[in-house]
Design a protein around this ligand. Structure first.
Ligand code: SAH
Length: 250
């Protein structure tokens, strides 16, 4: 009997070890990056005037270091973009915060994101909205991002590989759209897939871009420019039909 309990205890230990591996560093008291994350929010986000409590809470919670390559974890909370492979970067924390803030989220939204990249912005949005659909054109990045999001338990997120120019018609319309790669002009399908009263945030133009906010009202589109930013260009059809003028483009 004693042997049975010993092997039972050993087995339970193994099961626990597996369970512990399955839960990837949800931030807690033992998170070695917790202090850096708190400092990031205070200095880079609150310090620049973003006050929305749900957003600040999301940024205090999402483990940004999980979304960057292992060798760059120590740089994850700096005030700048970080390389994520395939020649791409995860945006500077302040830009992620600013774009999420501009979407004016209250928790019940269905969102579309173009340019999943590392999945970090997707995770922040997933904490602020009901559901997030995200499109990434580089399959390695999409796969890695979906893996990290799954490991961290973000069940309200779907990532797919594709050209975000066309949006995600099967899931449209969206309450908000965040575009994280810069087209010369906002792709018309994205405007079409925005709900009335929905908000789209996108960098437009290049190589430095205007950060543009478009609100769809019953009367038409309201457009304003809030900042000058630098994102990677939107590749794919956005570069082949840059002004979005040819509705018959294949
Ligand atoms: N917000 C991301 C970073 C985005 S970087 C993060 O939190 O990590 C911009 C991403 O847009 C890159 O990964 C790039 O591959 C992707 N991209 C560029 N053009 C695209 C297109 N047409 N459709 C979808 N994704 C695109």
């Amino acid at each position: 009997m004693r042997e049975f309990w010993q092997s039972f205890a050993a087995l339970a230990g193994v099961v626990c070890a597996f369970a512990a591996v399955g839960v990837v560093a949800q931030p807690g008291q033992n998170d070695p990056f917790a202090a850096q994350r708190t400092a990031m929010v205070e200095e880079q986000i609150r310090g620049r005037g973003i006050e929305e409590p749900r957003l600040l809470n999301a940024l205090r919670t999402v483990p940004r270091h999980e979304f960057v390559p292992d060798s760059l974890r120590d740089d994850a909370y700096g005030d700048e973009p970080v390389q994520i492979g395939s020649g791409q970067t995860v945006s500077q924390p302040y830009l992620v915060a600013l774009m999420a803030d501009l979407l004016e989220l209250d928790g019940d939204e269905k969102l579309l994101e173009i340019g999943t990249g590392s999945g970090y912005t997707t995770a922040v949005l997933a904490r602020l909205a009901r559901r997030v659909y995200s499109i990434e054109i580089i399959d390695d990045l999409a796969e890695r991002a979906q893996g990290v999001l799954d490991d961290l338990g973000y069940g309200n997120v779907e990532v797919r590989v594709g050209d975000g120019y066309r949006g995600w018609p099967e899931e449209a319309p969206f309450d908000g759209i965040l575009v994280a790669a810069a087209p010369a002009e906002v792709p018309p399908p994205l405007i079409e897939q925005l709900k009335v009263n929905g908000i789209l945030v996108a960098p437009v133009g290049g190589p430095l871009q205007d950060l543009v906010v478009i609100r769809k009202t019953p009367e038409g589109l309201e457009r304003r420019q809030v900042d000058v930013v630098r994102f990677v260009p939107m590749v794919g059809r956005a570069q082949e039909d840059p002004e979005g003028e040819n509705p018959n483009f294949p």
